[in-house]
Design a protein around this ligand. Structure first.
Ligand SMILES: [Ca+2]
Ligand SMILES: [Ca+2]
Length: 268
């Protein structure tokens, strides 16, 4: 259980985060990142945001190679020397009177499994010491300083709608456990309120590529982004609007014309 893991009897932690990897993206592409620290309490690499965080006991020796980044060289890359850098932030925290005095665990996520598949979860607490999501067990845990404001959105779940799903409103809930350290080192349960999330499932409107319910020039721009970055801008429908058999920027232009002259440029 992740939540218990953060309560290991370790006197002090230190955390290291790597972010803002900079390199010549016309030559290289990040394939993977992996921590090389043994005995890390948490060692995580977030592929989407290209950030890596590790937390270790204070007495862990972390001299030497601590992180390995695997890059792929693109075809036709010119020979030469290239620099790669990243931002490293390191923090040292003591559980007894240090800053990471508040811990929150989210468990028992409830949702209609006949309609949704849970595909991901991510903490939105800035400056957290530990933030983890165990998708095998549907448990998420975070620890942060008691001077941290955590009102608002703290955790984001990503669902996939199972096709075909019935239209309607669905609710998502979870159990939440929050604890805070007292000045004497003991722990108090903190009262917290969970607001259940609502998801509305509705049919996709032809041409509404960004899925906001209306068709306008933003959808043409979204489709243009999709043709360049399909992973970041996924398609919610078949976007071959000019009906020539393939999807490219011409379909984005065609969709733009459609927003002005729908009769002349009907969506195929
Ligand atoms: Ca739209
Ligand atoms: Ca087309």
């Amino acid at each position: 259980m992740i939540f218990l893991r953060s309560e290991k009897k370790i006197a002090c932690f230190k955390s290291i985060s790597l972010s803002s990897f900079t390199f010549d993206s016309s030559v290289f592409e990040i394939v993977d990142g992996q921590w090389k620290i043994e005995d890390a309490v948490i060692a995580n690499y977030n592929t989407a945001n290209k950030t890596a965080v590790a937390t270790v006991a204070e007495d862990t020796d972390i001299n030497g190679i601590i992180f390995e980044l695997t890059l792929k060289i693109k075809d036709d890359a010119p020979a030469g020397d290239y620099d790669i850098s990243c931002t490293i932030a390191a923090k040292k925290k003591s559980p007894a009177g240090g800053e990471e005095n508040v811990k929150i665990a989210l468990t028992n996520f409830t949702y209609d499994t006949s309609v949704f598949e849970l595909v991901g979860g991510e903490w939105r607490v800035d400056e957290s010491i530990i933030a983890d999501w165990d998708d095998n067990n549907d448990i998420a845990a975070v620890a942060f300083g008691d001077n941290q404001n955590v009102n608002g959105i703290i955790f984001e779940l990503t669902f996939k709608v199972i096709d075909p799903a019935k239209e309607g409103d669905y609710y998502v809930g979870c159990d939440i456990i929050a604890r805070s350290k007292t000045p004497y080192g003991a722990e108090d349960q903190v009262p917290v309120k969970v607001t259940n999330g609502k998801i509305t499932v509705s049919p996709v409107i032809k041409g509404d590529t960004d899925g906001n319910g209306v068709i306008n020039s933003d959808d043409a721009i979204y489709l243009l982004y999709h043709t360049f970055l399909p992973d970041m801008f996924p398609a919610n429908q078949d976007c071959d609007f000019d009906g020539n058999g393939y999807i490219n920027s011409d379909d984005a232009i065609y969709l733009l014309y459609y927003t002005f002259l729908p009769d002349l440029f009907p969506l195929k």
